[in-house]
Design a protein around this ligand. Structure first.
Ligand SMILES: Cc1ncc(COP(=O)(O)O)c(C=O)c1O
Length: 411
């Protein structure tokens, strides 16, 4: 009996956002960094690059104020500090997000109250937020996860009816839109990250935006040790750190900004092509983008039905990696944020557990039954890395690999 060898597939290495293959860094960034160095002024208090970046970013989004800072975590921290919670006040947030969006709440002495998510989008909803509102709620932070906007109309009307400010964490959602409006400009403050894997990058960095003059003043001060630069009798007005971006990073960001629209467009084109190709594949759901939303695909997320595809998201990820060299992340952050030790064991300042010592018991009740969407969402998610350098060839390779893997797993 003769045996035939299985057909070999030529493996393709996908572009990575961790190096030049999946990024837009090039001569433009080099030219502006060189220019910045030649000025001899690397602090943004005296230089022009960060100021230009802030002006251009505000213009691009159509907001009154934009301020650069050192990271997305710093952006979220100063946004919360600008709202100025009392110790023990509650801030509603999401159970699926980056830790950089959560620990700033504790640093500001407030209690994170985790809202459940819609397992179809992994985003919080007006309904899940409403279930968390109490007389101690001081702010709501929404994360537009993976570049897919939350249902901002419903969330804003809920927030406005309770007079609660909304912070939009847009670290993963540059230029995403909800009903024609850029996310980050719908709530009271928007927060961006320029970290290595974002739509545009400076390695590390962040930006906050707002249309509110009073909040803008506080955001500026919170980046600048609360020193009243330019005031008649400047002083350090309140507790604040140095979160300033430097001119070198500002120069890179300025060059990156010119490439943002292109990057977003490329991600959308290729992501939509993959969705078309995967349409109808049993056991898989392509990204759900609600009518009125424009997703900008920080990542490309599939929902894998483990009842149809044996092994579920974990099994599919393993096959894609082992047989096609395609890396993906089943479960995304592995477990809901509230199960991380910082929250579950209240690890904060020394042994004090502060500010959790100020919390209402219901606010820190992380019973799994309260979070059905979070657990089922993490169970089914498969996160495929995505970036602006993906081409039709990459999309075809990914689609073909997924088809093959699903076929093998279900036969
Ligand atoms: C949704 C979200 N919020 C906040 C952050 C924190 O940003 P950074 O890493 O720049 O501090 C990140 C990611 O890195 C993020 O993805």
């Amino acid at each position: 009996m003769t045996t035939t060898a299985p057909p070999t597939v030529e493996l393709i290495t996908l572009p990575s956002d961790q190096d030049t293959s999946g990024r837009t860094l090039g001569d433009e960034e080099i030219a502006l960094v060189t220019e910045a160095i030649r000025t001899g002024t690397l602090t943004s208090t005296k230089g022009q690059f960060v100021k230009k970046l802030e002006k251009r970013f505000a213009e691009l989004l159509g907001v009154k104020h934009a301020y650069a800072c050192t990271s997305g975590s710093a952006a979220v921290h100063i946004a919360i500090a600008a709202i100025d919670p009392e110790p023990g006040d509650e801030i509603i947030t999401t159970s699926i997000t980056d830790m950089g969006a959560l620990t700033p709440i504790l640093y500001q002495g407030a209690i994170p109250v985790f809202a459940d998510v819609d397992p179809k989008t992994w985003n919080v909803t007006a309904e899940t937020i409403a279930a968390c509102i109490s007389e101690k709620t001081k702010a709501i932070i929404v994360t537009h996860l993976f570049g897919n906007p939350c249902e901002m109309d419903a969330i804003m009307s809920l927030a406005r009816s309770h007079k609660i400010p909304v912070i939009e964490d847009t670290a993963q959602a540059f230029l995403a839109k909800h009903n024609g409006q850029y996310v980050a400009t719908i709530g009271d403050i928007g927060c961006f990250s320029l970290q290595q894997g974002k739509h545009i990058t400076t390695g590390e960095g962040g930006i906050v935006v707002t249309n509110d003059d009073a909040l803008a003043r506080r955001l500026f001060l919170l980046i600048n040790k609360a020193f009243g630069y330019g005031d008649q009798n400047p002083d350090h007005y309140f507790i604040a750190l140095n979160y300033r971006l430097n001119e070198l990073t500002g120069a890179v960001a300025l060059a990156q900004l010119d490439k943002l629209h292109w990057s977003v467009q490329q991600r959308q084109i290729t992501a939509n092509k993959l969705s078309e190709k995967l349409l109808g594949l049993r056991g898989l759901e392509t990204p759900f983008v609600a009518p009125g939303n424009e997703c900008t695909f920080w990542k490309y997320c599939l929902r894998v039905d483990g009842d149809v595809i044996p092994g579920g998201a974990v099994g599919l990820a393993k096959k894609l990696k082992d047989e096609r060299g395609i890396f993906s992340a089943p479960r995304y952050i592995q477990k809901p944020a509230f199960q991380c030790q910082v929250f579950s064991e209240q690890r904060t300042f020394g042994n004090s557990r502060w500010p959790f010592t100020l919390a209402r018991p219901e606010a820190v009740d992380y019973t799994p039954a309260k979070f059905p969407g979070t657990f089922s969402g993490l169970e089914s998610i498969l996160v495929l890395p995505w970036n602006e350098r993906y081409t039709d060839e990459h999309v075809n390779y990914i689609a073909d690999s997924i088809y093959q893997a699903v076929q093998d797993l279900t036969k």
